[in-house]
Design a protein. Structure first.
Length: 413
């Protein structure tokens, strides 16, 4: 292999691998030295100079002057050494040029093959670093192949994976179509980086909003929390650092233009945007929208939310989705009650502490109830109407009327 062939090889490798010629020369130099060490032993000391312009390769071995040569790659006879450097003595170390022909065409080719391996490894490392930096960002690619368990997405220099669990159920994928996704994991493998994408991750929604809403990108509007049922419904809590900027209005946009772009990208996923509040009860009421909230009470680690009977199904949502998302968004445990159910629960709790003797019933009725083992209003209200008819000897209508009056009496306190 002459100098011109070497120069062409170096230039070709640099062009194909898109790396600097100097890097190619350095890697080739390292490969040649490694080859010499394999040939002459690990203790071999060598210098290799490569000109990227001319392709000229000069190889020098550092040899010790000895009486008898055992390793020609590391030692040189005294007479031969004196021919190269007059006055050389036993024990001296001299620099001896190794003809390129002696290295051999095969050795050069092997060195270039090793160079290609190192360049491929360097390219894999470079790609890993590049996409590792993109972790947490949105990338756009083309659907290359639709498999049973995953979709392969072509990102240009690399193929990425969109697993089934990270796909939206409402998406319709077709080979060749462009696709946006969130880079949530990058792994280093022997064959190169493996990039995992997601369209269900809450951060995908955050990044889409940042693209559509300049106020978020500028930091004027802050996304405080996100809760997603991917492909179906999401809730987002936002706050403004500027009193003059309405955070909800900024995210929705003029005629809903901004939020509609996000909804379209998410294949119709419904998005509720609510204004965040430091007051947790206010925040919970907003998070349960569009349902109206009558009252919120805290019971241990649970917040009991009372809503009008007509709004109960709205507050719960389809398959409990609305209350579940509100719970995720606010970070609280929520229990939603109808006003009628809440009133009944309060009455029954109070009734347990309300003696029958204080209900202002007829003395004869009170005696009959006490004789039947009833001590509180709770006992009376818990009893069935037929049982009370037997105990009191009254008509069913009269018993029902009495129970209603007792309920009102207990509610009034």
């Amino acid at each position: 292999m002459n100098n011109k062939e070497v120069a062409n090889l170096i230039a070709q490798i640099a062009r194909i691998r898109n790396v600097d010629i100097t890097y190619v020369c350095e890697t080739l130099r390292t490969s040649i030295i490694a080859g010499l060490k394999r040939r002459f032993g690990a203790g071999t000391e060598a210098e290799v100079n490569i000109s990227p312009d001319t392709g000229e390769i000069k190889v020098f071995l550092l040899k010790k002057v000895v009486e008898r040569v055992n390793n020609p790659g590391q030692e040189i006879a005294l007479e031969e050494a004196q021919n190269i450097i007059p006055g050389s003595k036993l024990g001296d170390v001299i620099r001896v040029e190794l003809p390129l022909d002696e290295i051999g065409r095969v050795a050069i080719r092997k060195a270039s093959d090793e160079l290609m391996l190192k360049l491929r490894e360097a390219e894999r490392d470079r790609l890993f670093e590049e996409y590792n930096r993109k972790k947490g960002e949105i990338v756009t690619g083309t659907i290359q192949r639709i498999g049973r368990d995953e979709i392969i997405v072509n990102l240009g220099l690399i193929e990425a994976v969109l697993p089934n669990r990270e796909q939206l159920k409402t998406d319709h994928y077709r080979q060749g179509l462009p696709i946006k996704a969130y880079v949530h994991r990058v792994e280093k493998t022997p064959i190169g980086p493996r990039v995992y994408l997601s369209r269900t991750h809450p951060e995908f929604l955050r990044k889409l909003l940042m693209r559509e809403v300049p106020e978020i990108k500028e930091g004027v509007v802050e996304i405080k929390a996100i809760a997603r049922a991917p492909g179906f419904r999401s809730k987002i809590a936002v706050a403004s650092r500027d009193e003059k900027v309405d955070p909800v209005g900024a995210c929705v946009g003029y005629r809903k233009s901004r939020i509609e772009n996000v909804i379209k990208e998410l294949s119709g996923e419904k998005i509720d945007i609510v204004q965040w509040s430091r007051d947790l009860q206010v925040f919970i009421a907003r998070a349960l929208g569009p349902a109206k909230v009558s009252e919120i009470l805290r019971e241990n680690d649970t917040y009991v939310v009372v809503v009008p009977d007509s709004d109960f199904s709205i507050a719960i949502g389809k398959k409990g989705q609305n209350v579940w998302l509100a719970s995720l968004l606010t970070g609280t445990k929520l229990e939603v009650l109808k006003e009628s159910d809440y009133r009944n629960r309060v009455i029954m709790n109070r009734a347990a502490k309300f003696p029958i003797s204080e209900l202002n019933l007829e003395p004869e009725v009170t005696q009959k109830l006490e004789a039947a083992g009833m001590k509180t209003a709770f006992d009376l209200l818990s009893a069935s109407t037929p049982d009370l008819v037997k105990i009191m000897g009254s008509e069913a209508e009269a018993v029902e009327l009495m129970k209603q009056q007792i309920r009102e009496r207990v509610w009034a306190g």
